[in-house]
Ligand binder design. Structure first.
Ligand code: KG4
Length: 340
């Protein structure tokens, strides 16, 4: 019988709980915090407080939707890091007390590995195709932009990463200077669909090896707006679709150029995947799919619900640790910063 695992995710501003049987998803409940919208970014203290309010109802709902009683569970998993310390503390403390009260083993999960393993979540009545190892994954979120060589569910190597901002940060910060609310990434995606991606030329960084940089792009976008607004105070409003399309096109081509280089360096790889919040971007999804088709590679793109922070991906990662009986003790502290 495959294990029933309750998993908890609370690394940033989403409180989530999932119940899985092995890798089969039974429920995945996410409470997204709206409180940060008015501040233009996530406010750590407010995030911790909202997690405190959300965690019990979210877990309750996840168990009810799965039709699972807490006594039937075989393990409890939680995100150990990376993330905001206060947010992580809520999820880890809850998971530890819940597991202890029920006498269940605890499994700590690396949030970044879990984003990648979102590509392995099984769902009822779905095709459930997953990448074969080794594969290359482009992991792009609000805090990370990495190219990862995935040798097995528990053996991953970062072969390229951003030296400054992440791709999601570039989207969010550029959106903020255009006056859009947080998070700006999805708004840019929506407006880009009806804009001209060649309308404006933005800086592309020249960074060595497989690393990324997005801070120059952000500055170049800011200077473009500053110069154009001097000539026309309504410039942003009149050009927002073209601005978004040009920005998105530039971010996607920066991401894909390095990823193409990584693929060339790893001819043993036949499968490629994307993961993380920015992998919801429609421009990136299209470009990634076309790239895979051109190179005769099998392309794996998670369902939209599994690109954002969610506990189902924590459950998928926890399952592989459960198979190895790799449990943790209740005194394991969360980590704000931790690599794959
Ligand atoms: O993975 P995630 O939910 O949180 C982190 O762990 O960082 O990613 C959030 C990031 C934000 O920067 C958000 O703007 C971006 O993902 N994002 C998008 C889209 N949906 C979310 N960026 C571009 N296009 C989207 N459709």
């Amino acid at each position: 019988m495959l294990p029933l695992i309750l998993s908890i995710e609370s690394s940033c501003d989403d409180t989530s709980a999932a119940v899985m049987q092995g890798k089969l998803l039974l429920s995945n409940v996410v409470a997204s915090q709206q409180v940060h919208k008015q501040y233009g970014g996530v406010v750590p203290e407010l995030a911790s407080r909202a997690h405190l309010q959300n965690i019990v109802p979210v877990v309750h709902q996840a168990l009810a939707q799965a039709g699972v009683k807490k006594e039937d569970l075989n393990a409890v998993a939680f995100t150990r890091g990376p993330g905001l310390m206060g947010s992580l503390l809520v999820g880890t403390s809850f998971a530890k007390s819940f597991a202890q009260a029920l006498g269940l083993p605890l499994i700590d999960v690396n949030h970044l590995q879990a984003h990648i393993l979102a590509n392995f979540i099984d769902e009822k009545d779905a095709e459930n195709k997953h990448p074969e190892f080794p594969f290359l994954c482009l992991l792009v979120s609000g805090g990370n932009s990495q190219i990862v060589l995935v040798r097995s569910p528990r053996d991953m190597e970062i072969i390229g990463q951003t030296i400054d901002d992440a791709a999601g940060e570039a989207f969010d910060k550029c959106a903020k200077v255009m006056g859009f609310p947080y998070p700006g990434g999805p708004i840019i995606d929506r407006l880009a669909k009806v804009g001209n991606s060649k309308a404006f030329t933005l800086a592309k960084p020249q960074i060595k090896d497989l690393d990324y940089s997005f801070s120059g792009l952000k500055t170049s976008f800011l200077y473009l707006l500053r110069d154009k607004i001097k000539e026309n105070p309504n410039f942003i409003e009149e050009n927002k679709e073209d601005l978004c399309a040009s920005l998105q096109h530039t971010v996607v081509s920066i991401l894909m150029n390095k990823f193409a280089k990584a693929v060339k360096m790893h001819p043993e790889v036949k499968d490629i995947a994307i993961a993380g919040g920015v992998s919801a971007n429609s421009g990136l999804r299209d470009e990634f799919t076309e790239f895979g088709q051109r190179r005769h590679l099998n392309v794996f793109i998670p369902k939209l619900a599994f690109t954002m922070d969610n506990a189902a991906m924590i459950g998928a990662a926890a399952y592989y640790k459960y198979l190895d009986k790799d449990f943790c003790s209740v005194d394991l502290p969360p980590f704000a910063r931790v690599e794959i």
